[in-house]
Design a protein. Structure first.
Length: 360
């Protein structure tokens, strides 16, 4: 595989030139990580099976977990999808460009490897100028999963991408930190009643304004082997730091009291604690390493902080060269974040990342 990953720092002064260099790599069948509004994606030509294979190899992604195909204009829809129901167009009018992925029937132009062999294809139009320009200039839809090693927390900065994939991909476009911080909502509109297969940047409340009935087709738990799932991605571990993660959920005061008790217990065992914590809970407890999720009633801030926080605390364990930090043996996560809007997606990601869930 590649051993040198190019890093393109993009700004207004070099925008067109950078996009053109990155698009050339895509046209030659290479892989380029790029910012979207949700998380960084690892892109390749969605219609080129050889290029798409490189994405699976770089991430260590299981071959049956399909990729989202990103487009910059609805003109490209007909190339990849067919029999698109009217409700899909209504949702596109409402949410595109933006963090809503629609599962549609696929055309034969989309290779099996992109869809994991399914007869459907997941499509979205990202709301980020770098992503849109890259797709346009490359002149092809881009298959792009989150640009992390499979199973790790998703990347919200170019540094996260480099930390996971340096030497394994051709290039990364550094466009700064993303805006949303959790991935898109995946909505299957191929059946009579649409089903949410992954909660994300567009909330259930928002979708319900357009769709009369909607099924919740995901779980917050890691699915056991052999279970039947509608979205292959549900089968696999997700968002997991190497360090043990303990999630405490419930009402604010009760969560703060429980976390305080846990910190005492771990300290007695000489374990170092890292806290991923809301500002309110932080008024009551402290630990060796802390990372703020923001305020409990601001789930959009928690969305922006959660993956960066998990990565930060995880590194405190492995990176002994960082002399100012201590080794963290357990990460305690404060789950008192308000569970509505994007908060639903935040808690879903935290539950999937957790090794242990304590409800108080
Ligand atoms: O926000 C996002 O969606 C980011 C950015 C880069 O666009 N992408 C992303 O991709 O999160 P990925 O590959 O990490 O997650 C795609 C999810 C997986 O859970 C996968 O199983 C599901 O979408 N998926 C893809 N194609 C599908 C299909 N045809 N049917 C059902 N689920 C599908
Ligand atoms: Mg992912």
């Amino acid at each position: 595989m590649n051993n040198k990953t190019l890093v393109f720092k993009i700004d207004e002064s070099n925008f067109a030139d950078t996009i053109s260099k990155a698009a050339d790599i895509i046209k030659q069948g290479g892989t380029v990580a790029f910012p979207t509004e949700t998380v960084y994606g690892l892109g390749a030509d969605a219609l080129d099976p050889v290029a798409v294979r490189k994405i699976f190899e770089a991430k260590g992604r299981p071959a049956d977990n399909p990729l989202i195909v990103h487009i910059a204009s609805r003109d490209s829809l007909d190339i990849i999808a067919k029999d698109i129901p009217p409700i899909a167009f209504e949702l596109m009018d409402a949410f595109w460009p933006g963090p809503l992925t629609l599962v549609l029937k696929r055309t034969s132009a989309v290779p099996d490897i992109t869809t994991g062999g399914l007869d459907t294809v997941a499509v979205r139009m990202p709301d980020n100028p770098v992503a849109l320009a890259l797709i346009k200039v490359a002149g092809t839809p881009l298959a792009a999963p989150s640009a992390n090693t499979s199973g790790r927390p998703s990347p919200t900065t170019a540094e996260h991408v480099i930390s996971d994939l340096s030497g394994r991909i051709d290039a990364v476009i550094d466009g700064g930190a993303v805006e949303v911080g959790v991935e898109s909502t995946v909505l299957d509109v191929t059946s009579d009643v649409p089903a949410i297969l992954r909660p994300g940047g567009v909330s259930l409340e928002d979708i319900k304004k357009y769709v009369g009935e909607v099924v919740i087709g995901y779980t917050d738990q890691a699915v056991e082997e052999g279970d039947v799932v509608r979205s292959p991605g549900m089968k696999y571990t997700h968002y997991s730091p190497k360090t043990r993660v303990v999630l405490v959920e419930g009402d604010g005061m009760a969560v703060a009291a429980k976390i305080s008790e846990l910190i005492d217990n771990y300290s007695e065992k000489n374990m170092r604690v890292g806290l991923l914590i809301t500002d309110e809970t932080a008024e009551h407890v402290s630990a060796d390493e802390m990372y703020s999720l923001g305020r409990r009633d601001k789930p959009e801030d928690a969305a922006r902080n959660l993956f960066a926080g998990l990565r930060y605390l995880d590194e405190r364990d492995v990176d002994i060269s960082v002399s100012v930090s201590v080794n963290v043996n357990v990460i305690i996560v404060d789950g008192s974040i308000k569970c509505d809007g994007v908060g639903v997606a935040v808690l879903n990601r935290l539950r999937k990342a957790a090794n242990e869930l304590i409800e108080v």
